[in-house]
Write a protein that binds this ligand. Structure first.
Ligand code: G3H
Ligand code: ZN
Length: 309
């Protein structure tokens, strides 16, 4: 089926207390694995493409792969721009047919972040496409794990989240609540009370970034507290790369790309299936499609309060 946008999907998840997995695709095999896993689990899915992936694969090439796979698929698929840091990349993604966008102004001052996010939200909405933005900052842990004290410096406060949301009119909000990007071990614990507080003040789907490093139990509790979109990248990179390493150690003579590509793809399918089950979005594909056909988003200026009840 054609790509869907993320607006109705995330509202459906919010209303029904599950979360949608947003999985980063850096190449064809991973994009195929994400959608195959979603089909096997009968789950809606968000395939996300980062600015880095666009640089690596080319915007037209990687987004066309996702669009083609979605078209052949029986489950709803969103093609989302992940961490659009540059204004021009967000605009290019909109023009390239992405059905969901993120502007990440978390390194800017609050005022600058509001200003650019608000402008991009207006532009995206004029084209019927939702925008995610980030307030507070989800840190990077590539140089090693952060201590709790270090992590706290990046936390989103409920007050800034409320003000940012009201001033920008975004559709979903990425918040910093204890996770960090690129963790290779699942050891992070979230500030669950903070998520409850933010969601009591912000009536919008909340997004958890850096979920690869978060303990499963905390992901589940975060969803109960209001997290509706959960981003995984490192877990998929690990699944792909570890499979290749193992394959080459067992078959050093093989040079056929298809042989090892197939084994890596299978490993990513299994990882994505596990995450979909964790988020409880399995068997929700049909419900989402019905919800979308029963409701009209963007066609009226409906307040989210009316939609979420
Ligand atoms: O935006 C992408 C995610 O936040 C992924 O983070 O690589 O730590 O899972 P991760
Ligand atoms: Zn992220």
């Amino acid at each position: 089926m054609p790509l869907i946008d993320s607006k109705a999907l995330l509202i459906h998840a919010l209303k029904n207390k599950y979360a949608v997995g947003a999985f980063n695709a850096n190449n064809m095999e991973v994009a195929q694995a994400i959608i195959e896993a979603a089909e096997l689990e009968k789950s809606p899915v968000i395939v996300q493409i980062s600015q880095g992936a666009i640089k690596y694969a080319g915007i037209k090439c990687i987004s066309s792969i996702v669009k083609t796979l979605a078209k052949e698929s029986s489950v709803p698929v969103v093609c989302h721009l992940d961490h659009g840091v540059d204004y021009s990349v967000v605009v290019k993604a909109l023009k390239a047919g992405f059905t969901s966008l993120m502007f990440d102004g978390s390194s800017l001052s609050f005022e600058e972040n509001v200003k650019i996010t608000k402008e991009l939200a207006r532009m995206a909405h004029a084209a019927g496409i939702p925008l995610e933005a980030e307030i507070g900052r989800v840190p990077d842990s590539e140089k090693g794990p952060l201590t709790l004290e270090e992590m706290k410096k990046y936390y989103t406060t409920p007050e800034e989240a409320k003000e940012f949301f009201e001033k920008t009119n975004v559709d979903s909000l990425a918040v910093s609540v204890g996770s960090a990007h690129r963790m290779k071990v699942q050891s992070a614990e979230l500030d669950i009370d903070r998520i409850y507080e933010i969601s009591s003040m912000v009536n919008a789907p909340l997004v958890l970034h850096g979920a690869s490093g978060v303990k499963d139990e905390h992901v589940v509790r975060a969803i109960k507290a209001g997290i509706t979109k959960v981003n995984f990248a490192t877990e998929l990179n690990k699944a792909f790369t570890n499979s290749l390493k193992e394959y080459f150690s067992q078959h050093p003579e093989i040079v056929d790309v298809r042989k090892y590509g197939e084994s890596a793809r299978k490993n990513v399918v299994n990882t994505v299936r596990e995450k979909i089950q964790l988020l409880n979005s399995n068997n929700k594909a049909d419900d989402v499609l019905k919800y979308i056909s029963d409701n009209k988003f963007f066609e009226s200026d409906k307040n989210l309060n009316e939609i979420v009840e």
